[in-house]
Design a protein around this ligand. Structure first.
Ligand SMILES: *[C@@H]1O[C@H](CO)[C@@H](O)[C@H](O)[C@H]1NC(C)=O
Ligand SMILES: *[C@@H]1O[C@H](CO)[C@@H](O)[C@H](O)[C@H]1NC(C)=O
Ligand SMILES: *[C@@H]1O[C@H](CO)[C@@H](O)[C@H](O)[C@H]1NC(C)=O
Length: 496
């Protein structure tokens, strides 16, 4: 879908108790694409319970789980390059896209992404492989320069921050400098542990570099995919023990240099090792880390529970998964919702994020020689074209439908918190539930559901069927027919 100007909607204010006014939906046949419906004068009322629907969604408003920080993607060098080229070419299209992605204002027609991962140095989506200090043997880091990162990354970040002041920026390196690794290359190889304190200083300098550019950093990870060494793009092996040592040293440096509030997040790798590397990391150096982050490329989302049950006081994040060009739109939406934008949240994640925020229609520009995306290429959340136009992909709709459920209701107010929910009857609905508290203690809390209806199959035959469901909440019941697709809905109730 090609969009021109983001339109601002005015939402109905809640005027009576427990009524659903606000609904966004994305349907399998794409007749709704993050389409907003305001029920206005005919809201759905929560009433005295009657018989239950085909599926019965039971919201438990007194069971509280993790606070959410929001949903988003990674601003790779390549994404920033395409976005900045769009800005030079067609500034109106650029700003309509930035707003459509990031405007968190209540009622804006926007995905309201509030989480953005930003690489420290090159990745497989950079014009060339570089780090902030590629002078071999420079243990004093005298040649360190944050300006190794192309200026379009910082200018794009500044533009995004200009429309979203609650953005959580999470930085992460793909590799230490090549001279700190065996093999000597930025691409692949193993970290030399003798450089642990040098590298901790390097990461502190990176935080200071972002600070000097006016970019606030919410969290830092220490190594993207520390169990992956690939000779065709920036990557490095760092064992759990040494990531822990690095975290300990960096935590002290950060505390001593004005970054006490910036979190350190560990692991940043696949679900399949959830019970090993991240658990060992917490055993060795848990005090330094806020928690750990998972990627989607091996294992299953349920494995996040293995980590959570070992370290229930540590936070879980989900920070990377990429779409692949050529895959089926609706199959992708189902997978993303059940595994990431509903699935990771129901398995303790505070966020969910895709990989490249923006690429072109061929998954470019990718680092020359990188083999990271296989045949079809990686698909960005948005496609930016060389003729100054853009469109959004299935990844966008998955992010947007989840984001609308948790974005602060009030400017500067709290984000959503996950609450209890279960589904009785037909199990084709996959659901997450949230409460978003208010800036003022007397204002009514916003409750929200994100519902995937994947009822599209009748014993192997394509047969999409809507589900007429009931929603149980505080002893009352509402009825809604969920189309095959994703629905996000809001209602309000007095604070507890
Ligand atoms: C909600 O969850 C709490 C705690 O898990 C439980 O005690 C309570 O019975 C649940 N309420 C409902 C209506 O299911
Ligand atoms: C711009 O480029 C895209 C991708 O190649 C294409 O689909 C679209 O039709 C083009 N639009 C115009 C106005 O040229
Ligand atoms: C699907 O197949 C199962 C097992 O063969 C059967 O019990 C069920 O009734 C079938 N469902 C429909 C809707 O035909």
């Amino acid at each position: 879908m090609l969009r021109s100007v983001a339109v601002s909607l005015s939402l109905a204010l809640p005027i009576a108790s427990q009524q659903i006014y606000d609904i966004w939906s994305t349907t399998w046949q794409r007749d709704n694409l993050f389409t907003y419906k305001n029920l206005g004068s005919s809201p759905i009322n929560f009433v005295t319970p009657g018989s239950t629907g085909t599926s019965d969604i039971q919201v438990n408003d007194t069971t509280y789980y993790q606070d959410i920080i929001g949903f988003g993607a990674s601003l790779t060098d390549s994404s920033a390059k395409l976005l900045s080229e769009l800005k030079s070419q067609n500034s109106n299209q650029y700003w309509s896209l930035i707003n459509y992605l990031f405007d968190p204002t209540d009622g804006a027609d926007a995905a309201a992404m509030t989480y953005l991962r930003v690489p420290l140095g090159a990745t497989d989506f950079s014009a060339s492989a570089y780090t902030y200090d590629d002078t071999s043997g420079d243990t004093s880091l005298s040649a360190f320069s944050i300006d190794a990162t192309p200026s379009y990354v910082f200018s794009t970040l500044a533009d995004i921050l200009s429309v979203n002041s609650v953005l959580k920026i999470h930085v992460c390196p793909w590799s230490p400098p090549g001279w700190m690794k065996d093999g000597g290359s930025i691409d692949g190889g193993k970290f030399y542990t003798s450089f642990t304190s040098t590298y901790a200083n390097y990461l502190l300098k990176a935080l200071q570099g972002f600070q000097a550019k006016g970019i606030p950093v919410w969290a830092i990870s220490l190594q993207n995919e520390p169990q992956n060494s690939n000779p065709t793009y920036p990557s490095a092996l760092i064992g759990a023990y040494w990531e822990g040592q690095l975290g300990d040293q960096l935590r002290t440096l950060m505390n001593d240099n004005g970054f006490a509030d910036t979190l350190i997040i560990g692991y940043e790798h696949n679900w399949d090792d959830a019970g090993a590397y991240p658990v060992q990391l917490m055993e060795d150096a848990g005090a330094a880390f806020d928690g750990v982050a998972f990627h989607c490329y091996a294992g299953t989302v349920g494995e996040q529970e293995t980590f959570h049950s070992a370290y229930p006081d540590k936070n879980v994040y989900f920070t990377e998964c990429s779409g692949t060009i050529g895959s089926d739109w609706w199959s992708d939406i189902k997978w993303y919702m059940s595994n990431i934008f509903i699935g990771t949240v129901n398995n303790w994640a505070r966020n969910g994020a895709m990989w490249n925020l923006a690429l072109d229609g061929s998954g470019q520009p990718e680092l020359p020689g990188s083999n990271s995306c296989g045949g079809g290429g990686c698909r960005g959340v948005v496609q930016v074209n060389s003729n100054g136009t853009w469109s959004v992909n299935q990844e966008f709709y998955a992010i947007a439908q989840a984001s609308k459920a948790v974005v602060p209701k009030d400017s500067g107010g709290p984000f959503g918190q996950r609450i209890g929910v279960s589904v009785g009857g037909n199990q084709a609905l996959v659901v997450a539930a949230f409460v978003t508290r208010r800036a003022s203690s007397s204002d009514w809390w916003r409750y929200s559901l994100v519902v995937l209806n994947q009822n599209d199959d009748n014993n192997g035959t394509w047969d999409p069927v809507d589900i007429s469901a009931t929603i149980e909440f505080k002893g009352k019941q509402a009825s809604y027919t969920f189309p095959v697709g994703v629905t996000t809905l809001w209602w309000y109730a007095a604070p507890e």
